[in-house]
Design a binder for this molecule. Structure first.
Ligand code: SAM
Length: 247
């Protein structure tokens, strides 16, 4: 997969994209990330990327020309002509990012992400340039760089081969509409607090059952809204009913 990111602050990406799982994915050729500085697509001496808002107001707005030029230039240099590459604007006004959207995006061969700054972008960018708008939550950040990192991280870990086992991706919270079960590691007892006995039993069927139950209980306690669309079989639905009654 190739991911292009347009930003005014390329340096911000250095740390997160140079560590751990992400770094390994890049080293193994599973993903390529190119960070582009929007100022390189300006033509004036001061490399102006923002201007006052028509109609008045205090904040500045990102100009339309550098963004169009940047996207068109990347498209013509980097993507096959017949490919409809998603051009995604990070914005608090976009559709709310989720594991489902991460999975959907991880199936793309190319992604182009645009990071806004200031009061946001000239709206003609939304109308005529981008194909999707994504928000990472109902709050406002100073720029689209952190949201672009969040989206990229969630997408990259879903590319087959990036994590040691696809199983862990499938069991992660939100993968099946439930939160993940509790996890423990050594020591078996710490300050008198023991690991649940079932996890030491070696009985894989019992462990799988316990984990599924814990997932359902945890989701009911913390995020009952998720249960509306979770994939549950008949026994699990019955368990959920019993848990609801005893709550
Ligand atoms: N005035 C804009 C509004 O109310 O919609 C917010 C602008 S915000 C200060 C600057 C930039 O940060 C946005 O253009 C966007 O790229 C990014 N941003 C801020 N919050 C975000 C969020 N929750 N999700 C995605 N991007 C966000």
């Amino acid at each position: 997969m190739r991911i292009d990111i347009l930003t005014l602050f390329p340096q911000m990406f250095q740390g997160p994209f140079n560590e751990s799982i992400f770094r390994r994915a890049v080293d193994r050729g599973l993903v390529r990330v190119n960070i582009h500085n929007m100022r390189e697509y300006t033509h004036d001496r001061h490399h102006t990327v923002d201007d006052y808002s028509y109609g008045g107001g205090t904040g500045m707005v990102m100009k339309v020309e550098p963004l169009f030029e940047a996207v068109e230039s990347i498209k013509s240099r980097a993507y096959p002509e017949d490919r409809d590459v998603p051009v995604i604007l990070l914005t608090p006004q976009g559709r709310l990012f989720s594991q489902k959207i991460a999975r959907e995006l991880s199936q793309q061969e190319y992604l182009l992400l645009i990071c806004g700054r200031y009061e946001g972008v000239d709206d003609r960018i939304k109308e005529h340039l981008v194909t999707d708008e994504i928000s990472i939550g109902d709050y406002v950040l100073s720029g689209g760089e952190l949201p672009a990192m969040v989206v990229t991280d969630a997408v990259v870990r879903m590319i087959p081969g990036v994590l040691g086992s696809m199983e862990s991706v499938l069991e992660d919270s939100h993968a099946t509409g439930l939160l993940e079960y509790p996890q423990y590691t050594r020591p078996e007892v710490y300050r008198g607090w023991s690991v649940p006995e079932v996890l030491l039993s070696g009985n894989h069927a019992r462990i799988a059952n316990w984990r599924r139950e814990q997932s359902i209980m945890r989701t009911l306690e913390r995020r009952p809204d998720l249960l509306e669309s979770a994939e549950l079989n008949k026994t699990e639905r019955q368990l959920l009913e019993r848990l609801r009654k005893s709550h």
